[in-house]
Design a protein around this ligand. Structure first.
Ligand code: SF4
Length: 336
């Protein structure tokens, strides 16, 4: 797909034409991956972070957020929960937290790989090559690092570098690939300053990077962030991409067309949108779901109020997702 074709789909508003896009994406998903919907557990192992990202409630200046870091025992409970749900893989996610020690995590990854059939995806930010190497040797399969936007100026505005560390995430993704990881990345749809051209370029990059996992979701303003106060300063005016469900559907469908066999979760980021949204995107190219397995005690520490705070809600959510999967004539895959 060319840049102008992608951009033209992003600007398309005719419902009939868009249905052809969604049908193409659904067929591409079916041809490449079949009827199964994979289940990947998402376990937040720490919400400490040293970074100042303008859009993220986890930024290090947010004093209102109560921070946690899971113990090995708590992580192991999450592993058991993932196995109970029939997860194929587990994402271990955190902010950029250097309290998550290289060797400590390596022994945990090794234990998961030795004692369970789970694939392990890490999403821990911009760590050192030595960290990445050790974790890969311990058995980690995949690393998820969102490049957020292909617009370098916008990226550095919303995602300031740490002093003396100017890291290019695209370069880092290449290094992760060279180390033998499958690589995942993604963007937020409609972040202030995102234009149709940059979004089209983002989708082209998904193809060029040959991503194994693509995480996309609509931008949501979070309290206690700089963008909560100043989003309008970055707004791209008439060229600004809306942070809407409709635009996210288009981006997921186009992502499927540029990467037919990639894992594209319907609900990875941000979690817990309206359940009807997932019903739709699972027919527009998405092929997996990612229940949140973070322990209840910590889940409710999120101050933005968008995250369900009880296991009852999580279980109900998962049950609803399972019903949606069945209603679509699809099956929940329970093997790697
Ligand atoms: S987006 Fe990630 S790196 Fe940036 S502040 Fe949030 S948790 Fe930290």
């Amino acid at each position: 797909m060319t840049h102008s074709e992608i951009k033209s789909w992003l600007l398309q508003t005719d419902p009939g034409r868009l249905q052809t896009l969604y049908a193409q994406a659904d067929r591409a998903r079916q041809d490449a991956l079949g009827n199964h919907i994979a289940i990947t557990g998402n376990l937040e192992i720490s919400n400490h972070c040293v970074r100042h990202c303008l859009y993220c409630g986890g930024n290090c200046e947010n004093q209102r957020m109560q921070r946690f870091r899971l113990s090995e025992k708590e992580i192991w409970q999450g592993v058991q929960h993932a196995l109970t749900l029939g997860c194929r893989a587990l994402i271990l996610e955190s902010g950029e937290d250097y309290g998550v020690r290289r060797d400590w995590l390596a022994s945990l990854i090794k234990r998961i790989k030795d004692e369970t059939p789970l694939e392990v995806t890490l999403s821990l930010g911009e760590r050192s090559v030595q960290d990445f190497t050790t974790w890969r040797q311990a058995g980690a399969n995949r690393y998820l690092l969102r490049f957020e936007t292909s617009d370098h100026r916008l990226y550095h505005l919303i995602h300031p570098s740490r002093p003396g560390r100017h890291i290019n995430r695209l370069t880092l993704l290449g290094q992760l690939r060279d180390l033998g990881y499958e690589i995942g990345s993604g963007i937020m749809v409609g972040i202030p300053g995102q234009t149709y051209d940059t979004l089209a370029r983002d989708i082209e990059l998904f193809g060029e990077l040959e991503l194994d996992l693509i995480g996309v979701g609509p931008f949501r303003i979070q309290p206690d962030t700089v963008l909560c106060q100043k989003a309008s300063c970055l707004d791209a005016g008439a060229d600004q991409v809306p942070a809407s469900h409709d635009m996210t559907r288009k981006v997921m469908a186009l992502s499927r067309l540029v990467r037919p066999d990639a894992d594209i979760p319907g609900d990875l980021f941000p979690a817990h949108e309206d359940i009807r949204f997932y019903h739709t995107v699972l027919q527009n190219g998405a092929n997996s779901i990612t229940p949140d397995l973070t322990p209840q005690t910590y889940r409710c520490q999120n101050p933005d109020g968008t995250r369900p705070d009880s296991d009852v809600v999580i279980t109900a959510y998962y049950d609803q997702m399972a019903k949606i999967v069945v209603s679509l004539g699809r099956t929940l895959a329970d093997t790697p």
